[in-house]
Design a protein. Structure first.
Length: 301
């Protein structure tokens, strides 16, 4: 698959390598089979080199950050994984534009910018993923989405071998969607986000208010992958609907959360437990409301 010499060259380019990795150790839901290699690039140059190498040699790969919006089947996979967790960096430009590497924690970013007097996304401070995942999914909470603070992104296009800026319309942001999902040859190198200047205490108090809501309403201490279903339409609240249907705390090893019916909790369950529960929920909602539910986290199976 990948020769010893190739692995050596990848390592020398600035990439840590782990062999025979269990993805369950890298997802917040706690699911995940085994992949032959996981790569940890330390710089954007190393990331670019690695992605181009894998693409040119037709080696299938996936990208993972903190695994907080990802559910992975429990089996052996042939693809390899690039882990962006070492690609963490941010720099403030012009006092209100922030240049960010893809592996940077979104929550860490929002908190630390608040201490520096920058604000405009307090709603996003409790989202547990990386900037990569946030842009990839157009992450959002309490009415605010990444697209609302997005300026531009530097994108590597593997199919064309080019690196260029993408602006708002080119990103094709929609509800939990972006062009990065549609075209897997596009990889995020860095992103510019726009903030406002504000008093630090004002920003921190607003973050605190939103995170109190999270603590009171979401199962933050459980193994989850965030909200499990997308809203099929703006006025259709999945959690409330599932609670009305009697699904709250339904299930055995994989359960609907008792705190918020829009979340699934993994209590040492299996992929089969997960799949059966998802199918049952989808069927019931379709029968009762005529709506087709779509899973929000990315699925690797």
């Amino acid at each position: 698959m990948i020769s010893e010499q190739d692995l050596k060259e990848i390592y020398l380019q600035g990439v840590d390598i782990r062999k025979d990795v269990k993805l369950s150790d890298f997802t917040t839901f706690g699911f995940g089979g085994e992949v032959p290699y996981m790569f940890f690039p330390k710089t954007l140059n190393a990331f670019e080199y690695l992605a181009k190498f894998l693409h040119w040699n037709e080696i299938d790969f996936r990208v993972i950050g903190f695994g907080s919006n990802l559910i992975v089947a429990q089996k052996k996979f042939k693809f390899v994984v690039i882990n962006t967790s070492l690609l963490s960096w941010r720099e403030i430009k012009k006092g209100w534009i922030v240049w960010i590497w893809p592996g940077t924690s979104l929550s860490w970013l929002i908190y630390n910018l608040a201490y520096e007097g920058l604000w405009w996304a307090s709603e996003l401070a409790g989202i547990p993923g990386t900037v990569w995942g946030a842009v990839y999914m157009n992450a959002g909470a309490y009415g605010k989405e990444i697209k609302d603070i997005f300026v531009k992104a530097l994108i590597l296009d593997l199919s064309r071998g080019t690196i260029e800026y993408y602006f708002g319309e080119q990103m094709e942001f929609d509800y939990r969607k972006s062009v990065l999902q549609k075209n897997k040859d596009l990889l995020l190198l860095w992103v510019y986000l726009q903030f406002d200047q504000v008093e630090t205490n004002e920003a921190l108090n607003q973050i605190k208010d939103f995170n109190i809501k999270r603590w009171d309403k979401q199962p933050l201490l459980a193994n989850t992958a965030g909200s499990i279903f997308k809203r099929p339409k703006p006025d259709f609240y999945v959690g409330t609907t599932l609670e009305k249907l009697g699904f709250k705390w339904y299930g055995q090893w994989v359960k609907i959360s008792s705190k918020h019916a829009g979340f699934l909790e993994n209590h040492w369950g299996s992929w089969e437990d997960f799949s059966k529960l998802i199918d049952k929920i989808k069927k019931k909602v379709k029968e009762q409301f005529g709506e087709d539910l779509e899973i929000e986290p990315e699925i690797w199976e």
